[in-house]
Design a protein around this ligand. Structure first.
Ligand code: 0WD
Length: 279
């Protein structure tokens, strides 16, 4: 019997075991990344936001519907604001996988009233909660992940240009992304000797549950078509492919990086001559 091409094809993530935080539904960036990693042979455990009403586990159901068919090793509730939840996830990872090769951190939150801005009127509680969920959670994940990565590994987080430049409407989340990118660098430095890499992927705007809460999101999408060097916005698949690069052995020399997957938008300081911004 002959061997088909598919039998010989090696996946970039064959034999790699990882955790994915941040799938809310099939529009989530974390889901697009998961699909790509699965195609390349990765095996994964997943978290979902805890359900308020255990009798009606909507969050769990939404995530399970996606990940069970691709062979999820486990699916567990996790609120990153709760240390015990994080402990439980990494205990499950240790029991299931022994060691970890990668983690996807794709989590952000800001209370809607604070997200609306203005930034200088952000409430103290809203600021703390936004920073806790969107930034501190990366630290909580990294410190637990490195204990399961004695032979190195790769951790990615998702960021946005609003952490580097003022993007009107992005408001307190911009402050969070600044801190997240700084955290990426500090933790990359700390975990580097153990060959654990930590990188941020700064994605162009993508319509998801979270982004629908950002004011003027639709006009942001149009501006990418006019302004970006590629004259278009990025697709979810392009973000997922770059995540695959950062999580696989293709990027073993890369850490502490913020990789922009935004059609080049971040390099522009003024609109290109052909931009029709008022259409
Ligand atoms: O345009 C976009 N969509 C971009 C998103 C452009 C660039 C970056 N990003 C970032 C986001 O800021 C975030 O860090 O990508 C990451 C993922 O965002 P997403 O895929 O756009 O959004 P979504 O599908 O809503 O996933 C984020 C998830 C939460 O979803 P909901 O909508 O239910 O809040 O983060 C999770 C949750 O699953 N999450 C939490 N997980 C554990 N504990 C918590 C929490 N306390 N809060 C939110």
């Amino acid at each position: 019997m002959g061997i088909g091409k598919g039998d010989l094809a090696m996946g970039l993530m064959d034999g790699k075991k990882g955790l994915v935080f941040g799938i809310a539904n099939d529009h989530s960036i974390a889901w697009a990344i998961t699909e790509r990693l699965h195609q390349e042979g990765a095996v994964m455990g997943f978290t979902h936001l805890p359900d308020r009403d255990p009798a009606s586990p909507k969050m769990e159901r939404r995530v399970r519907k996606l990940v069970d068919p691709i062979g999820a090793k486990f699916v567990k509730p996790c609120n990153v604001q709760v240390d015990e939840d994080l402990d439980r996830i990494f205990e499950a990872a240790k029991e299931t996988f022994g060691e970890l090769d990668f983690v996807v951190h794709s989590i952000a939150y800001a209370p809607i009233d604070d997200l609306k801005g203005p930034v200088h009127k952000c409430s103290r509680a809203g600021f703390l909660q936004s920073m806790e969920i969107s930034v501190y959670s990366l630290l909580g994940v990294c410190t637990r992940a490195q204990a399961l990565m004695p032979n190195g590994g790769s951790i990615i987080t998702l960021s946005y240009l609003g952490g580097e430049k003022v993007i009107p409407g992005y408001n307190v989340m911009g402050l969070c992304k600044s801190a997240l990118e700084s955290a990426t660098e500090y933790v990359a430095h700390e975990l580097g000797r153990q060959q654990v890499r930590v990188n941020a992927l700064s994605a162009g705007p993508i319509r998801t549950l979270s982004s629908s809460a950002v004011k003027d999101f639709d006009s942001m999408l149009k501006i990418y078509d006019a302004m970006a060097p590629l004259r278009r916005n990025v697709t979810m698949e392009e973000v997922a492919k770059s995540a695959l690069y950062l999580l696989s052995d293709l990027s073993t020399g890369v850490t502490g990086e913020t990789l922009h997957v935004d059609s080049g938008y971040h390099i522009m300081g003024a609109p290109p001559a052909d931009a029709k911004l008022d259409e």
